[in-house]
Design a protein around this ligand. Structure first.
Ligand code: PEP
Ligand code: MN
Length: 364
């Protein structure tokens, strides 16, 4: 159930209103938009009469039951698009300014702040797995020059076979940090187990991979932190299940969720997965969270990455995550779908034109 308040209602009045429901065992969620404040009630709201509440509380403009099982992720609860800030240190609810990273070749470098949503288009790029310092630095420098705004790299890899390369783990995260210092690009890496969380201190966006989308214990734990979460859609999950997983994170208090459609299992065998492009406009309609596309895992084939990226822009996505490698033929993971650095540079030229055509701004 949610209530839209009249404009300009004082904080004191809002607190009085929410405390009434807290005493009754509900969890009130306050969303302060640019024009209006919305109070959502989580709990068994069947016992409440929405019309009575509107009638008896003069701060309330109108109230509505949210019938969808996802509440906090629903656009009904949060009519404005959510903006997720990356590269900022969040202290409580306040932003403490730019993060300064270690000294490298004289002078501290500032990690670029990036915003997901709000008409800004972000491109995350980098290898499937961090393999060596030489590899990650080469890729980081090149993708930055081409216009990528965040660097990705897997350190803990969820592989189908226990005999495949499992990632460099903590050493991989350290190499990502070096690449971050070197380029100023915020870093994105996948967390597969909550026990790794301390190692992710310097990681700016925590990726929850497709295989862990329904690992509810993990989702609950990352809901307790404030760091942005890149939540990938599961291999065989519906959009409703996808939003319910976002809901797990948000219900814990972490509203910094970026959704990622990465293709799903269908009858088709010629591509690794089938990109569900309709997920983009649909999710935009029913949710306020930013949504990006990963064309690399969707296709599994390098030559399809550019056309799917263009489709993502046209469909209204807020960004792309593209796998790149300095030597894809010898990549330890996902080489067949990785663009080499020149191919990525060419694609970025096309991305820039199309993002502009859509009236959006490319992150810088
Ligand atoms: C990845 O991003 O490298 C990855 C493993 O993705 P997914 O979870 O979508 O398979
Ligand atoms: Mn991969």
């Amino acid at each position: 159930m949610m209530f839209v308040l009249h404009p300009g209602v004082s904080e004191k009045k809002i607190n009085e209103f929410t405390q009434k429901f807290e005493k009754m065992g509900f969890t009130p969620m306050i969303s302060s938009g640019t024009e209006r404040t919305v109070v959502g009630l989580v709990g068994n709201t069947k016992i409440l009469d929405v019309d009575d509440i509107v009638e008896n509380n003069d701060i309330v403009s109108y109230g509505k039951r949210i019938t969808e099982p996802y509440k906090l992720a629903s656009r009904a609860f949060h009519p404005d698009d959510t903006m997720v800030m990356v590269g900022e240190k969040i202290v409580g609810n306040k932003i403490a300014g730019n993060q300064t990273v270690g000294n490298n070749k004289g002078g501290n470098k500032i990690v670029g702040n990036q915003i997901f949503g709000e008409g800004i288009f972000q491109v995350i790029s980098g290898p499937c797995s961090v393999e060596s310092e030489d590899q990650i630095i080469k890729v980081a420098r090149a993708v930055k020059l081409s216009g990528a705004t965040l660097l990705r790299g897997g350190a803990y890899k969820p592989r189908s076979s226990p005999y495949s390369f499992q990632g460099l783990e903590m050493d991989g995260l350290k190499l990502l940090s070096i690449a971050k210092q070197e380029t100023g690009l915020p870093i994105v890496s996948e967390l597969t187990n909550i026990s790794q969380l301390d190692d992710f201190e310097d990681v700016d966006v925590i990726q929850i991979g497709a295989r862990n989308m329904q690992n509810y214990d993990l989702l609950k734990e990352i809901g307790k932190i404030k760091k942005p979460i890149l939540l990938k859609r599961g291999l065989c999950n519906t959009i409703e299940e996808f939003l319910m997983s976002a809901e797990y994170i948000m219900a814990g208090g972490n509203e910094n969720v970026i959704l990622c459609e990465r293709g799903m299992r269908t009858i088709e065998t010629m591509t690794r997965n089938t990109l569900d492009i309709s997920a983009v406009p649909l999710l935009k309609k029913i949710s306020h969270l930013p949504i990006i596309i990963d064309p690399s895992h969707a296709a599994g084939i390098r030559s399809l990455v550019a056309p799917l990226s263009k489709a993502a822009i046209a469909a209204g996505a807020d960004g792309l995550m593209i796998e790149t490698h300095n030597d894809p033929a010898n990549a330890l993971c996902d080489g067949a779908q990785s663009l080499d650095l020149a191919q990525f540079d060419n694609l970025m030229f096309e991305v820039k034109r199309r993002v502009e055509f859509e009236g959006k701004i490319l992150g810088t």
